[in-house]
Ligand binder design. Structure first.
Ligand code: MLT
Length: 327
């Protein structure tokens, strides 16, 4: 016969066992956190992540380290986080590629919706059409004529199938109805090195990677993919000014944890992301790079989940219409 003390003891154990996740969450974080960037160091995604990681580290009182896992247009790194332990110590900072990969890969090692817990949106970054500084075309109109005339003799760098740089290039070639020769890298950090060295003709990349090089005159800029010109690059026309209508592209970024991460830990990470995005250094650095933190309302799980779902549907249609078969 169970005595009262036995029943109470059982309830206590059960209670403690039930409470264990919240006890873990209450003390979270008790060790360094890793944010995986699914591209090489030195590129736009890496730049955004390191700024956010430093500010989150300050808020959380724990080291937040960035691990670069490049390859397969960001899907290798995303797959690694999908399979990681869901203890809140391995996160993913990825961009629009989370929504294009399902249409570009016949078999992904993860489901962008069911294998992740969204933490929040981070920023939306404009793109720029850029080239090596001695490339002959001077204006976007000249570039369009040059690409149409030279086609596959023009080389353009991207960060692999599923990367923002590859998506932008795809849309650009679709607009010109002309194929160029794609040269894939593990990130547009290393691609920029070859562009600066003149080994590559052109690239479509985010302002977080191109702004300082354009301002320094080290690469040529033909257009930005925003509706209006941007403050940090006042002399760079929009795509519409250059003759390509309806070519607007902003690369949204989100922070994710593996599916099944304790909701209290997700909540703490969302709160820390919002603190980081309100950090003056982050806001100033983002502004200098042609972008801005999202609002606190957008730095939430629901906002990221909604964006991801909408964008998977949108890019699925656009990519199919462009006649791009999944790999
Ligand atoms: C891309 O999608 O092109 C990536 O942003 C490149 C990078 O971050 O290195």
């Amino acid at each position: 016969m169970k005595t009262v003390s036995t029943i109470l003891a059982a309830a206590l154990v059960a209670g403690t066992a039930l409470a264990a996740p919240s006890v873990m969450a209450q003390d979270y974080p008790t060790q360094p956190i890793t944010i995986v960037v699914p591209f090489s160091a030195g590129g736009p995604t890496d730049t955004v992540t390191r700024l956010v990681a430093a500010a989150m580290s300050e808020d959380l009182g724990q080291q937040v380290v960035v691990q670069n896992v490049g390859g397969a247009g960001g899907t290798l790194g995303a797959g690694q986080v999908a399979a990681a332990t869901n203890d809140g110590y391995t996160l993913l900072l990825h961009h629009i590629g989370m929504s294009t990969a399902p249409a570009l890969y016949a078999s992904l090692p993860y489901d962008p919706i069911t294998d992740f817990e969204p933490i929040g949106l981070v920023t939306e970054v404009p793109m720029t059409i850029v080239a090596r500084k001695d490339f002959e075309p001077e204006t976007l109109e000249d570039l369009i004529a040059h690409v149409k005339e030279n086609g596959e003799n023009v080389t353009y760098a991207n960060a692999g199938i599923g990367a923002a740089s590859q998506l932008c290039g795809l849309l650009f070639m679709d607009a010109l109805d002309t194929r160029m020769t794609e040269v894939p890298y593990q990130g547009t950090g290393p691609a920029m090195t070859d562009l600066l060295g003149g080994q590559i003709d052109m690239m479509c990349d985010q302002t977080t990677n191109t702004t300082s090089q354009i301002q320094a005159g080290e690469i040529k800029a033909y257009a930005v993919t925003t509706p209006e010109r941007i403050d940090v690059l006042p002399d760079v026309p929009t795509m519409a000014e250059g003759g390509i209508e309806d070519f607007e592209l902003a690369i949204w970024h989100g922070l994710y944890a593996p599916a099944g991460t304790d909701p209290a830990i997700v909540e703490r990470l969302t709160q820390s992301l919002q603190v980081a995005l309100a950090n003056e250094t982050v806001a100033t650095s983002f502004a200098d790079l042609g972008t801005a933190p999202v609002t606190a309302e957008e730095a939430t799980p629901d906002a990221l989940a909604q964006r991801l779902e909408e964008q998977i549907a949108l890019w699925g249609e656009v990519i199919a219409a462009a006649g791009v078969a999944a790999q």
